[in-house]
Design a protein. Structure first.
Length: 304
């Protein structure tokens, strides 16, 4: 394993590459990453780094977004087959149908979606900036795709907007049950429940804090509590343990593992730097259309 890490460092320097990794990537990959973060942070940092090669340790929709924002850089994935089922849970015909049905409509596309879906949308959002971006939109009607759970969570906070929901979901977050959370609460009555908004309403209703992966990490780091029931993908435990000392973290389900994220192994990272076949390409015409919603996200998310 040491030789693999040393070879990665050597090739990274040789190829002028930066390694970006999501918090859900395996622990050993998080350890060798140059930049760690959630979807929004990684989207921003990818547009700012000086390296000409970006090795993205996440899933395909994330790497596609990075390529769209950085068309002249080489974007690699350790395993180009690492996908996100939710990214495919909306369709262009549904978007066009909603545009015909509703006037004054904004199609708000969660970044967990394909380049094709982004290309048919008005603005992209992440779980960390969705509230701010949607509040900034002039349109009253919001078609939120593809994640119904995040959309419904956001809609409660912006009652002045009329939300229409898609039927998509994250199988990891949707698989967390209230029964499991309540069982853990019985075992650890002092534990705080921290939850990603991709979880179902029955879970957010039991939570002490709801937020993106980066928001959860910040909350846990600052909170005086010593125990936490963490309702999101368990890859976040690595960063939580790094940021805190002596705090205990419990997962409410054996299913809180994204198998696609776990395809980002050290061996695959090395292969991506050594071999062809790992580069991400996006059709130029589609990329040009998908760029505007991503740029709109960055604009609205940074606005005061």
């Amino acid at each position: 394993m040491t030789n693999v890490k040393e070879r990665i460092i050597e090739l990274k320097k040789k190829r002028n590459a930066a390694i970006l990794a999501h918090y859900y990537a395996p622990d050993e990959v998080q350890e060798i990453a140059d930049h760690m973060g959630d979807s929004y942070y990684l989207s921003v940092i990818a547009s700012e780094i000086k390296e000409t090669v970006i090795l993205f340790c996440g899933v395909s929709f994330m790497a596609e977004s990075v390529k769209i924002l950085n068309p002249y850089k080489t974007v690699l994935m350790p395993d180009p087959g690492a996908d996100c089922p939710m990214a495919h849970m909306s369709a262009t015909y549904e978007i066009e149908s909603m545009r015909d049905k509703y006037e004054d409509l904004a199609v708000v596309c969660y970044i967990n979606s394909t380049a094709e879906i982004k290309a048919h949308s008005d603005v992209c959002v992440t779980s960390s900036n969705a509230l701010k971006v949607i509040r900034s939109l002039p349109q009253k009607n919001i078609f939120f795709i593809p994640d119904k759970n995040l959309g419904r969570y956001i809609s409660v906070t912006i009652p002045e907007k009329n939300f229409i929901f898609n039927d998509g979901f994250c199988y990891v977050h949707a698989g967390i049950s209230a029964e499991d959370v309540l069982d853990l609460k019985k075992e650890h009555p002092e534990a705080k429940v921290v939850t990603h908004p991709e979880c179902r309403e029955e879970i957010t209703g039991l939570s002490d804090h709801i937020g993106s992966t980066s928001s959860i990490i910040d909350y846990v780091e600052k909170c005086s509590s010593e125990e936490f029931i963490v309702c999101t993908e368990r890859g976040i435990f690595h960063e939580l343990n790094k940021r805190t000392s002596g705090k205990c973290f419990y997962t409410p389900s054996k299913c809180t593992v994204c198998m696609d994220m776990k395809k980002n192994t050290l061996e695959n990272v090395l292969r991506a730097l050594e071999e062809p076949g790992h580069e991400i390409h996006v059709d130029e015409e589609m990329a040009a259309k998908a760029l505007q919603p991503l740029q709109n996200m960055l604009k609205y998310a940074k606005s005061e």
